[in-house]
Write a protein that binds this ligand. Structure first.
Ligand SMILES: NC(=O)c1ccc[n+]([C@@H]2O[C@H](COP(=O)([O-])OP(=O)(O)OC[C@H]3O[C@@H](n4cnc5c(N)ncnc54)[C@H](O)[C@@H]3O)[C@@H](O)[C@H]2O)c1
Length: 261
């Protein structure tokens, strides 16, 4: 497994953890927006391993800003990381998969913001929606070679991105309480979906989108939820809780923290 990131210490830590567990892993520093670096990374992988079986294109940023306040510089940065990065990852991985002639799996990290709009995240939505259809187009282009291409659409997951967006005022754990399953997802729950798409368990799955979102995209959902009333003398009773009244508003002007990616 080859992990890349421009955050060298975090990437090195991931590889150290995997190595400790007995897996073969290496880390390369990479800015996914650099075409030159993609060429170098691809050639390093070919030199060391001779081929590539699976690509997971995961790097992404989310800029929380209203569209009129978004500068062209920020728009381009959003597009560069989330879309240029994904395009380059596929462009330079496909030749390595073709060496093997035995197929392969490409997994592109989108978001539920690639399935429906989110206010103040127009740039992010443009990239994640773009990834969704890019995956389908490349799936058709590669199908005859047995290379499968799918997109993954996480909902509220407990990682730094939602924290960076909404801060401590409405952290992902609080936001998750509004989801149909009543909680935020864990990174491992997304990883399990990626593992499925990477493995032969999904051998007949290509050009599709896998939402891992606690039911968010299943349909309109009331923000009220049933909860067990604990320690009130009426155990197992149910009551409606209006989570919006529980102090999870974002403090971000018009942004609704419940409507993020
Ligand atoms: N956390 C969520 O709730 C959530 C929901 C939907 C989709 N996603 C998507 O999941 C993916 C992972 O996000 P995360 O939540 O783990 O956030 P994260 O910030 O922990 O991870 C993003 C990673 O991308 C790296 N990165 C950013 N710009 C880069 C660049 N130019 N070159 C190389 N690496 C770069 C960062 O260093 C970081 O390690 C993203 O694509 C994100 O859009 C996350």
């Amino acid at each position: 497994m080859v992990a890349t990131d421009f955050d060298q210490s975090a990437g090195a830590q991931v590889v150290a953890d995997l190595t400790k567990q007995g897996h073969k892993a290496m880390f390369l520093t990479q800015d996914v927006t650099s075409e030159t670096r993609w060429m170098e990374v691809a050639s390093e992988i070919e030199h060391r391993y001779g081929r590539l079986n699976v690509l997971v294109s995961n790097a992404g940023i989310a800029l929380d800003v209203s569209i009129v306040d978004m500068s062209l510089v920020d728009w381009r940065r959003q597009i560069a990381v989330n879309l240029d990065g994904v395009f380059l990852s596929v462009k330079y991985s496909l030749p390595l998969m073709r060496i093997r002639r035995g197929g392969g799996s490409i997994i592109l990290m989108s978001s539920i913001a690639g399935l429906s709009g989110v206010k103040r995240l127009a740039g992010y939505c443009a990239t994640k929606g773009g990834i969704r259809l890019f995956a389908k187009a490349v799936a058709l282009e590669c199908a005859s070679e047995g290379i499968r291409v799918n997109s993954v659409h996480p909902g509220t997951i407990v990682t730094p991105i939602p924290k960076k967006l909404y801060g401590a005022v409405a952290d992902p754990i609080e936001l998750g309480k509004r989801e149909p399953l009543g909680r935020a997802g864990q990174p491992m729950e997304v990883a399990q979906g990626v593992l499925y798409l990477a493995s032969d368990a999904s051998s007949y799955v290509t050009g599709t989108e896998l939402a891992i979102d606690g039911g968010r995209c299943a349909g309109p959902y009331s923000r009220k939820t049933d909860a067990r009333v604990a320690a009130t003398g009426s155990s197992n009773a149910t009551r409606d809780i209006e989570l919006q009244s529980e102090g999870v508003s974002s403090g971000l002007g018009t942004a609704d923290p419940c409507e993020h990616f």
